[in-house]
Design a protein around this ligand. Structure first.
Ligand code: ADP
Length: 528
């Protein structure tokens, strides 16, 4: 296998090869679709980095078709200029539209924004990269088809981009990468492939059967720099008859282990098929108010103060949101089983309401964000959290995967909470439950004008990545500035996995023009 030090090189975008490339791109795409002024390109950076630390891309390209994507890559190859591809580019908290390396031209696929298919009979959709959750939701709603899409907390991102990054939502299809079925991909040399059954001309099951003939390669294009995905099929849910919007609160922090361990059987046996989330009072409060509204002392809002304010608003030391779907009898039975399991845990409460999904989908405006997302209705109100430290705000997401046991969840909570609070940073935690593991996500919020705090947050993040990895808990996703660091933790057998992917990269993209540094592959650190 290729050694790390011989990873593909991308030539530096020198002034002359860059300007020649820009000219060729302007000819291929039209001058108006090649952005080069500071004002234009500044919309395609990391919006959560302080302005003084935001590197600007040398240019931004806006192709509108698969053929134009092919041309973009060909011209990049010809001139040895590297490109970083976004779909909507709303990957905020992980770098937004920004590339991992300076001198990388940004390609935004926002103009490729067609919903190509909405199939009610077999419950799937096919989208182009620029389709946002709002676009898809509107298209499904207007089609009148009884389908329910899955949305993440913020609905402005790309459906396709979020799935590629292993993003999550809160319905039965909350694991977005797992819902992907059938992709079209442009390889770095411009070749177009269709994955799985799509390789069969006239295939009838491209978006129905995840496998095809031979090795399954879709995963190679997720969190990857091996190709540009231009179409994607995703499974969605038939809109169920009943939706129970469930809430489970525990009064005492020390019962978190019990919460996880008593709930796990319902995840394993399918009683709860959605992706429940558990949050602490800081997290819940920050969706409504700022710290200054609650606390006028320096330093983080203390746990006990947050807890008592939270209590007055019906929150627990930890509050879980979950959904039950099905017909009313099934939902009532499942709800009863969950209530029975927690009846003997002092201070645990199960509440919730049965919502009419047709009404939720058609008249979503009067619902809370938390009820909406489990019904597949996109929303942006969670952006309020960023104001916690005063606007303009930003955040880094520190998000580790741990086994779905009370013991492991406690371990990551203790590690992250202790480190953050010792550095004066509030602990806003959300724990997302999958069938066998959880993602513990801590939002490290800062005010963009406070560069010292921004640096503190980055230092905490750096330390936690290493300490969590020591416990066997890896990050599921990383901000572009930390991709090398996170990739370094995945070092089994002298980084054999990274060397394997690097050898594929060297073969598919020998000049390393596509997204150098993405997930720590082909970064300049390795080249040097
Ligand atoms: P979102 O708007 O949903 O947050 P982005 O468009 O920001 O998603 O994409 C997130 C990341 O996924 C990008 O930084 C890029 O690395 C990768 N990505 C996005 N779109 C594509 C694509 N069409 N092909 C390959 N990689 C992509």
């Amino acid at each position: 296998m290729t050694d790390q030090t011989t990873a593909p090189l991308s030539e530096t975008a020198t002034a002359s090869n860059l300007s020649a490339a820009v000219q060729d791109w302007a000819t291929a795409l039209g001058r108006e679709h090649v952005l080069t002024t500071e004002e234009e390109v500044s919309n395609f950076t990391d919006p959560y980095a302080p302005a003084s630390t935001r590197p600007l891309a040398p240019a931004v390209l806006l192709p509108a078709t698969v053929e134009e994507v092919q041309q973009v890559l060909k011209i990049a190859q010809d001139h040895g200029v590297s490109v970083w591809v976004n779909s909507q580019g709303r990957n905020n908290g992980y770098g937004g539209s920004a590339a991992a390396e300076v001198d990388t031209v940004v390609v935004s696929l926002r103009r490729m924004n067609q919903v190509l298919e909405i199939n009610e009979e077999l419950a799937y959709i096919v989208v182009e990269p620029g389709v946002s959750y709002f676009d898809l939701y509107e298209a499904v709603r207007q089609s009148g088809k009884r389908l329910m899409i899955d949305v993440p907390d913020l609905g402005w991102g790309s459906v396709l981009g979020n799935a590629l990054e292993h993003g999550n939502g809160y319905t039965l299809n909350g694991d977005h990468a797992a819902s992907v079925c059938g992709m079209e991909v442009v390889l770095p040399d411009g070749e177009v492939i269709r994955t799985g059954m799509g390789a069969l001309d006239g295939a009838q099951t491209w978006h129905l059967n995840k496998r095809g003939f031979g090795p399954s390669v879709e995963g190679l294009f997720m969190q990857s720099n091996l190709g540009v995905v231009t179409k994607m099929g995703l499974w969605v849910m038939p809109r169920p008859e009943a939706y129970f919007d469930g809430w489970l609160t525990i009064e005492r922090d020390e019962d978190l282990e019990e919460l996880i361990d008593r709930f796990r059987p319902f995840m394993l046996d399918g009683t709860v098929g959605n992706c429940p989330s558990i949050f602490n009072p800081h997290c819940a409060l920050s969706t409504k108010v700022t710290r200054a509204d609650l606390w006028d002392q320096p330093g983080p809002l203390p746990q006990d103060v947050a807890l008592s304010i939270g209590r007055s608003q019906g929150l627990g030391a930890w509050t879980m949101r979950f959904a039950l779907y099905g017909d009313e009898a099934v939902v009532a039975r499942h709800r009863q089983r969950i209530e029975d399991a927690f009846a003997s845990l002092e201070g645990a409460t199960v509440t919730g309401s049965l919502l009419d999904l047709d009404r939720v989908v058609l008249e979503s405006e009067d619902l809370d964000q938390k009820q909406k997302v489990q019904a597949g209705v996109p929303d942006l109100s969670m952006l309020k959290m960023l104001d916690w430290d005063g606007a303009p705000g930003g955040h880094l997401s520190f998000a580790s995967t741990v086994p779905l046991t009370g013991r492991d969840v406690r371990r990551i909570v203790s590690l992250v909470r202790t480190e953050q609070e010792s550095q004066g940073i509030d602990y806003h935690a959300g724990i997302l439950l999958y069938q066998r593991f959880a993602i513990h996500a801590s939002l490290l919020i800062y005010n963009l004008d406070d560069e010292a705090r921004y640096q503190t947050v980055r230092d905490i993040y750096t330390k936690l990545v290493v300490e969590a990895a020591r416990l066997g808990y890896g990050e599921y996703r990383a901000h572009v500035d930390f991709m090398d660091l996170v990739s370094d933790q995945y070092g089994h057998n002298d980084h054999a996995l990274r060397r394997f992917v690097t050898s594929l990269k060297a073969h598919l993209d020998p000049k390393g023009i596509l997204a150098p540094g993405k997930q720590g592959i082909g970064s300049s650190r390795h080249r040097n």
